[in-house]
Design a protein around this ligand. Structure first.
Ligand SMILES: [Fe+2]
Length: 314
């Protein structure tokens, strides 16, 4: 099958206690491990691998790396060859390089973001178990996010200098890692600039998204909720706890998801994302949003930029 889903994000945070309060008490993630370097490992209640988020104490915010899980160990050999053939340096790293994971391959996307592929991670199981499970656990905290759903990476886009890392990284993800294009934003004369893309390997509209900007970075990490009422309740929790909200609950045109954008205490943007949008399938025709409808695509109701969506990221 190749790539199955997003595995985890290694995220830098400025204050580990404040970050833990945010991700555990407000988002509802569960701490599952710590290591000697001070990294803390977290998962959503509906996830079965040991962690999907690493909190890495640091003096600056942002993402160290992003990892995707492949189905079989042999996929790693296939991808190692294909990535090298595409002209990107790829390193085979031994088991344990990624905490409690099997061997992995490491490389940089054309955008510059560090990525790992791995096939094995320590199994801990869902909070509700796998035998006659309840629909949700009793001891849920805050928003009670189910799982890490996707990440949006900012990629350098400078048409005047002929730089478009959105287009280059999208092509790499499609041609080498077998991602499918769900949606794109086109810009410029005749729409020839691919300015943003949403790509999938699961059956949801995106497992990764790329948006053009002045420099590479992490735009946001998104955590899954069931439905619109859960998004509203998550916003209630954020209001009660004084979380800095970037964009209050509303709907995306792109992916059709219901959303809130907000910041963790270090300034990393988070999203709670509800609804499966639509059934994404390899033969679905990709959806295109034209430049004049860009903001309708992002914030469907108001159709204009909200918060500091494009200007602030880590
Ligand atoms: Fe998102």
């Amino acid at each position: 099958m190749g790539v199955m889903r997003i595995g985890h994000v290694d995220l830098r945070v400025l204050d580990i206690d404040e970050a833990l309060n945010h991700y555990v008490n407000i988002l509802g993630m569960i701490e599952t491990d710590r290591d000697a370097a001070g990294n803390v490992y977290l998962k959503g209640w509906d996830e079965w691998d040991q962690y999907s988020l690493i909190l890495n104490p640091s003096d600056r915010a942002g993402m160290n790396s992003i990892a995707y899980k492949v189905e079989k160990d042999s996929d790693l050999d296939d991808f190692e060859k294909r990535i090298a053939d595409w002209g990107i340096a790829v390193e085979n790293v031994p088991a344990g390089t990624l905490h409690n994971c099997g061997r992995a391959i490491r490389f940089d996307l054309p955008s510059g973001h560090e990525m790992y592929l791995f096939a094995e991670k320590k199994f801990v199981g869902k909070s509700v178990g796998a035998i006659n499970p309840d629909p949700w656990p009793e001891d849920i905290k805050g928003a009670g996010v189910h799982w890490l759903d996707h990440a949006l990476l900012m990629c350098e886009l400078n048409p005047e200098k002929g730089i478009n890392k959105v287009e280059e990284t999208t092509r790499f993800l499609r041609e080498v890692l077998d991602f499918y294009l769900a949606e794109q934003v086109t810009a410029g004369p005749n729409g020839e600039i691919q300015a943003a893309t949403w790509l999938f390997r699961t059956t949801t509209p995106h497992d990764i998204a790329l948006v053009g900007g002045p420099r590479p970075g992490l735009h946001h990490l998104a955590f899954f909720l069931d439905e619109w009422n859960d998004v509203l309740k998550a916003a209630d929790t954020m209001g009660r706890k004084g979380v800095k909200i970037d964009v209050t609950p509303q709907r995306h045109g792109i992916t059709r998801g219901c959303t809130i954008y907000f910041f963790d205490p270090s300034g990393n943007r988070n999203e709670t994302f509800a609804g499966l949008g639509y059934l994404a399938q390899p033969d679905m025709p990709p959806i295109t949003w034209t430049e004049d409808q860009l903001w309708r695509g992002i914030f469907y109701h108001v159709g204009e930029e909200a918060g500091s969506f494009t200007s602030v990221y880590t």
